[in-house]
Design a protein around this ligand. Structure first.
Ligand code: CA
Ligand code: CA
Length: 360
């Protein structure tokens, strides 16, 4: 079980045996045996996950290794029968998966544990799998680390699998947009969000107790969660997901309000572009503000840019076409007004408009 940890030490021993004195080798040998009995040598999580040949399978698959990491959720959060949670150190994160018989008792978010287990892989997700309670050693409770901020257009990938992440930047007022109504699938719900031009899969596991009743296409969110993967086929380089832990990980964007900041429709809504009808809108707000007007489709994709960093008091017109001049399909669209004031603070408001077909 602990052979891997003995490996380098036996090499040292052999090197010493070839050297000048036997006498010096005895303390080394005793120390080596002691380390062997005490437990495997701790490696970084990045080392445990290592995939140097790039085949999507951890190179240490099947080996027993020991890592130390901080739990980013409760030990049972992602399992209905045993343990499934995530730990991370400064280098990487990893899933910890074990039967309930291996549980050392309650594991709380923010606790640091030393964990020994077999390196495994399940549908692309790298796991460390302890087999008995003594494979868990409590160290201390430094608290849950700050989530790693994913940038605009950035998705989940192998490099951040197992880490606590956040999509959308609430400080910058930069949200992600829900692309579709959540669908029930295998003990949970799946939906996608647009992070800029990148679609990111969100997987809500039923065991978390998170309600998705207020999530639908067009909802603007900040999403915190753990980088996961579900990919049943080699080379295990797709199927990345973000796994929210708690209801508060799905934070609905609440726009700030500013005096006089407004977007007003001046013509009839719905309107029929195929009859030549045009939607007129007026916007305004504080004089130091610059305004941007963008039309989004129901999946949250920006389809038409009507104004970019313009002063207040303009009227904009939309003819129902996208940026390429094509008439868009009938259905609802969201017109987003963004205002940025002299301090760089961002304000937004929206109007839902409907592109209609003429009645026969
Ligand atoms: Ca490999
Ligand atoms: Ca993976």
């Amino acid at each position: 079980m602990r052979m891997r940890s003995l490996g380098p030490n036996w090499t040292d021993y052999y090197t010493i045996m070839k050297g000048e004195t036997m006498r010096n080798s005895f303390p080394v040998l005793i120390l080596t045996l002691f380390i062997g009995l005490a437990g495997a040598q701790t490696v970084t999580i990045e080392e445990a996950r290592e995939d140097l040949n790039g085949d999507g399978i951890p190179d240490h698959l099947g080996e027993i290794m020991t890592v130390e990491g901080i739990a980013t959720c409760e030990g049972t959060l992602f399992s209905s029968t045993g343990l499934s949670f995530y730990v991370q150190d400064e280098t990487a994160g990893i899933n910890v998966y074990a039967y309930s018989s291996a549980s050392p008792g309650a594991i709380a978010a923010g606790e640091r544990w030393r964990i020994t287990g077999e390196i495994m892989q399940y549908n692309g997700l790298v796991e460390i799998s302890p087999s008995e309670p003594s494979d868990f050693v409590y160290i201390d409770n430094p608290g849950v680390p700050e989530p790693l901020q994913l940038g605009l257009n950035q998705g989940v990938n192998e490099g951040v699998e197992g880490l606590l992440l956040v999509l959308g930047n609430s400080t910058a007022g930069q949200w992600v947009t829900v692309a579709n109504t959540p669908e029930s699938a295998g003990g949970g719900y799946n939906f996608e969000v647009w992070n800029g031009h990148t679609a990111v899969a969100i997987r809500v596991n039923e065991t978390t107790g998170i309600s998705i009743s207020n999530i639908s296409a067009g909802t603007r969110l900040f999403v915190t969660g753990i980088g996961g993967q579900y990919d049943s086929e080699p080379p295990y380089d797709s199927g990345y997901q973000l796994l929210p832990r708690y209801q508060s990980d799905l934070q609905i964007y609440q726009p700030a309000i500013s005096d006089g900041f407004h977007l007003t429709l001046l013509t009839d809504n719905p309107f029929a572009p195929s009859l030549g009808e045009i939607l007129n809108m007026e916007y305004g707000g504080p004089s130091d503000m610059r305004f941007t007007v963008t039309v989004f489709d129901r999946s949250g994709r920006d389809v038409r840019h009507l104004a970019d960093s313009r002063p207040a008091g303009d009227v904009v017109q939309w003819n129902g076409k996208n940026d390429s001049g094509e008439i868009l399909p009938i259905g609802p669209y969201v017109v987003l007004l963004e205002g940025v004031d002299a301090d760089g603070k961002r304000y937004t408001t929206t109007e839902t408009v409907v592109v209609a077909a003429p009645l026969n």
